[in-house]
Design a protein around this ligand. Sequence first.
Ligand code: SF4
Length: 100
Amino acid sequence: MADVHRLPIPVSENWDWQRLGACRGANSSVFFHPDSERGSARQAREATAKRICHSCPVRAECLRHAIQVQEPYGIWGGMGENERRAVISATRRRIKTRAS
Ligand code: SF4
């Protein structure tokens, strides 16, 4: 689960984008892996989820949200868990470099 301290305040402007997601009504098991999933099964499921994301009209908003709250699980904005972690780490390194 995301760190709830990073979640936006509960006003509709911060959350309305979710109503427009291409995944709305889709089975969440496409976007979130079961406990024991590995290898080709995981790759196939993630590829399916990312195909849905790539046609999504709110992909940018979704990815921004997932990175801001450091959502640890699932496919958000067309990115998987490791891809988002890499973006967050790179951003931290850039900020640290600028501050020094
Ligand atoms: S980008 Fe993907 S996960 Fe995000 S709202 Fe769109 S379809 Fe759903």
